[in-house]
Design a binder for this molecule. Structure first.
Ligand SMILES: Cc1cc2nc3c(=O)[nH]c(=O)nc-3n(C[C@H](O)[C@H](O)[C@H](O)COP(=O)(O)OP(=O)(O)OC[C@H]3O[C@@H](n4cnc5c(N)ncnc54)[C@H](O)[C@@H]3O)c2cc1C
Length: 484
């Protein structure tokens, strides 16, 4: 027989009951019952939440927002939870409700003539790419996290990825959006229009706002014709200035066919060889090597043979002009995938096994990349002797993932004393060259305190006015992008 204490019902939060009344009993839970939702993928921003709620459609999202707005409960939108800036996790107060968009996972419409697909916010990015492929169309947004991140998260962070050099980032791929406002209204802006100058561009205001202005529930995005073939090559290049000259050569030679221009520094290359040997490098990693490794991809509309011929011509000319010292062209799909596996997974895996490092996702005018690399590397060695600079990135977009690892033989406690000053050095070097301290991952919590030091005060003031206009009670993702 069970005693009376065991039979007594657990005290419940009336807010949780109200949320369950909207989304059903299985889709609202206490924060502590959904621990995965409370910490980011890099485990840098743990938090607590009063509840986690998973509405099924835009109407339920709106009803949840109206309920929470009435009680001034902070809302943290969450998609695939792959964000790298801590934007999708709650703070430590336990006051917020995490609103997951995962169940908004329908593809609503694919319009072949308009070359658009309308998808809900929780649809996984790779699912959109597959749906496009099934309709003989191409959706070019491509991220290493594509198997987990969502379209809503892509829009909220204005994600970039590996095809930006030709197609632009998520903003450039988006024609229309549906948004639930901070008051819980549904704005249907799902217009599949390529021209629409009827007033202010609200779509572009919401894109990249990291859940601080509204909750994206669906989007109409552009599709493209399927290329006849892709060509992929790795090149070995001496020096970052030559990399930039090679980029100019590739743009000229490939024109619109150039879809990817990714770079990896020699130190990063060596780290992959040492720490993640399961990723086979097309060039051996050598000690004291200071080459850069460039992954070039083209997408050719004409034919496989034409694409291949052009690739060989352009790369041949690059070798002749000493813009590259060596080149390996992928001969099969398996080899192409192996090249991309190095870029998309090998670099990250090797660094993970090396231990935590200070990651900077920055962008620069492409012409300033060489002096940024040379001078920042030297300044870091002066101020923080022995640190290891590990660079890779989307050089075709001026976007560097500039990671700094602690000196060999030093423990993780190194960061307790040095992280802040080291980041400031890198950010100052970026800003001095007209760059941005947030290229594609967003501000989130990671850079919210740094932003005011690197953005003009008027720009921040204008952002605050927009925030106040669209979220007057400050309930949408507080503490992200703009400090409270
Ligand atoms: C291995 C790896 C590689 C990556 N590579 C890239 C890369 O190449 N390029 C790149 O840009 N990013 C990259 N990322 C970062 C990440 O995948 C992207 O930022 C992605 O767009 C986030 O989508 P998500 O659905 O996971 O969003 P989440 O992480 O859930 O959320 C990200 C932000 O968006 C907000 N948000 C989420 N959904 C909505 C919504 N529906 N409405 C309003 N706000 C919302 C959240 O509150 C948060 O602020 C990478 C991440 C990993 C782990």
């Amino acid at each position: 027989m069970r005693n009376a204490t065991a039979l007594r019902p657990l005290a419940t939060d009336p807010l949780l009951d109200a949320l369950r009344a909207i989304v059903g009993p299985d889709h609202a839970m206490r924060g502590e019952d959904a621990p995965g939702a409370l910490v980011d993928i890099l485990q840098r921003h743990p938090g607590r939440a009063r509840a986690v709620v998973r509405p099924a459609n835009a109407e339920e999202v709106a009803a949840v927002v109206r309920l929470l707005a009435a009680e001034r409960v902070p809302i943290v939108p969450q998609g695939g939870h792959t964000g790298l800036a801590g934007g999708g996790t709650p703070d430590s107060s336990g006051a917020a409700v995490v609103l997951s968009l995962a169940r908004l996972n329908r593809i609503r419409d694919l319009d072949r003539d308009n070359d658009t697909v309308t998808v809900e916010a929780g649809v996984i990015l790779d699912t959109v790419r597959e749906a496009a492929l099934a309709a003989d169309r191409w959706f070019p947004l491509s991220l290493p996290s594509g198997g987990s991140c969502t379209v809503g998260g892509n829009l909220a962070t204005n994600a970039g990825g590996t095809q930006v050099v030709r197609f632009g980032n998520t903003r450039a791929l988006t024609l229309g959006i549906e948004v639930v406002t901070a008051e819980g209204e549904i704005w249907n802006g799902l217009r599949g229009l390529r021209k629409d100058n009827a007033g202010y561009d609200l779509r572009d205001l919401y894109i990249g706002s990291e859940g601080t202005l509204g909750i994206v529930t669906a989007a109409t995005i552009k599709l493209f014709p399927l290329p006849a073939a892709h060509q992929t090559a790795f090149l070995k290049v001496s020096g970052i200035a030559t990399v930039i000259a090679l980029l100019r050569h590739a743009r000229q030679g490939f024109g619109a066919a150039l879809t990817g221009f990714e770079i990896v520094s020699a130190a990063t290359w060596r780290l992959v060889a040492a720490n993640a040997p399961e990723y086979r490098l097309p060039f051996a990693a050598e000690a004291d090597d200071d080459h850069w490794y460039v992954l070039i991809e083209t997408a050719d509309e004409d034919s496989e043979a034409h694409g291949r011929e052009r690739l060989e011509t352009v790369i041949g000319a690059a070798l002749e002009a000493e813009l590259a010292d060596d080149a390996v062209v992928a001969e099969s799909l398996a080899q192409r995938e192996a090249f991309w596996a190095v870029r998309e997974h090998g670099l990250g895996e090797a660094q993970k096994r090396d231990g935590w490092n200070a990651k900077h996702d920055v962008s620069l005018p492409i012409s300033r990349i060489p002096d940024f690399i040379a001078e920042t590397g030297a300044a870091l060695q002066t101020e923080f002797p022995g640190v290891r600079v590990l660079v890779h990135g989307h050089a075709g977009d001026g976007n560097l993932h500039y990671h700094v690892a602690r000196p060999e033989g030093v423990g993780p406690e190194y960061w307790e004393t040095h992280e802040h000053a080291l980041r400031a050095l890198v950010y100052r070097a970026v800003t001095a060259r007209g760059g941005s301290i947030c290229a594609e991952h967003g501000v989130g919590q990671l850079k919210v305190d740094a932003l005011p030091d690197y953005k003009p005060p008027l720009e921040l003031a204008l952002m605050r006015r927009i925030k106040t206009a669209l979220d007057p009670h400050g309930i949408l993702n507080p503490g992200k992008v703009l400090a409270r």
